[in-house]
Design a protein around this ligand. Structure first.
Ligand code: ZN
Length: 270
């Protein structure tokens, strides 16, 4: 039997701790979830910087830039790493902005392109360099080979880091906020939000954050726990799984209630 642990409950508004069950506030008083426009400006600025580092890498490759205290290979690697860092941080800001102010999914193509803008930027931030390196005839062959391999690896890392694996649409957010008006709860490492702090899936969590659904989604808990959806009969909201195929939030510990197979309590009918 797993004892239910006492949880710390932290407000998403200001990080203050409250005693379980003692908190009450109207959802409309919640702190704003963040400034999507500011995040997008930051993302675009970083992406511009990434392209600038790519240009620097190209200039190093063709010999226009050459700091004599360092080998050309080392200079290229540094430029490509800075390029990569700017793409990835820009994409993280972009994805965060999309959690706060999601795009409509009415047009699937524009929805995909908007959510994965970072992947497109990653392509622009490395592929021209790779093409130029492969077609350049002047640069040292070994330097070129190392630079191409480094740029392709950076492209793959940037692409995966920029891809939005759990996109949220304007429609998803509207459905969630209209179906759930009370506060929700999420754990430190969990990927979903819950309608109650007493949810099975949270039995092993020592610290929970509570806030509005908007705050949960802004904190990248993009889906509702399937248990909570089933228990509260909430429909039309994106859940982590089909309710028949439930997994736990803190996945490696399975509460007793779930371990018991359905047959364990045979109905003594008749
Ligand atoms: Zn739950």
């Amino acid at each position: 039997m797993s004892e239910k642990k006492t949880k710390r409950i932290i407000s998403a508004d200001d990080g203050s701790e409250v005693k379980a069950g003692s908190r009450k506030r109207a959802a409309k008083q919640a702190a704003p979830v963040g400034n999507a426009t500011g995040l997008r400006i930051g993302a675009v600025a970083l992406w511009v910087a990434a392209i600038a580092f790519e240009v620097v890498a190209i200039l190093i490759l063709v010999g226009t830039i050459n700091w004599t205290f360092m080998s050309a290979t080392a200079q290229l690697i540094i430029a490509l790493v800075l390029d990569l860092i700017c793409v990835v941080i820009g994409s993280l800001l972009w994805k965060k902005a999309n959690r706060i102010k999601p795009a409509s999914e009415k047009n699937k193509l524009t929805f995909w392109l908007w959510n994965n803008m970072g992947v497109i930027v990653a392509a622009f931030a490395f592929i021209p360099f790779v093409i130029l390196a492969l077609t350049d005839k002047k640069a040292d062959k070994k330097t070129k080979a190392i630079a191409v391999v480094a740029a392709v690896i950076a492209l793959l890392i940037a692409g995966v880091a920029s891809y939005d694996f759990d996109p949220v649409s304007q429609e998803d957010l509207a459905a969630a906020t209209s179906a759930i008006t009370d506060d929700v709860y999420w754990s430190t490492f969990g990927k979903v939000y819950h309608t109650t702090q007493d949810c099975h899936a949270l039995n092993v969590s020592e610290e929970l954050t509570y806030g509005t659904v908007e705050q949960a989604i802004a904190a990248n808990r993009t889906r509702l726990c399937a248990y909570c959806a089933k228990r509260d009969a909430i429909t039309g909201v994106v859940t982590d799984k089909n309710v028949d195929d439930i997994v736990l939030d803190d996945a490696d510990v399975i509460p007793d209630a779930v371990q018991e197979p359905a047959e364990a309590a045979p109905a003594s009918a008749e």
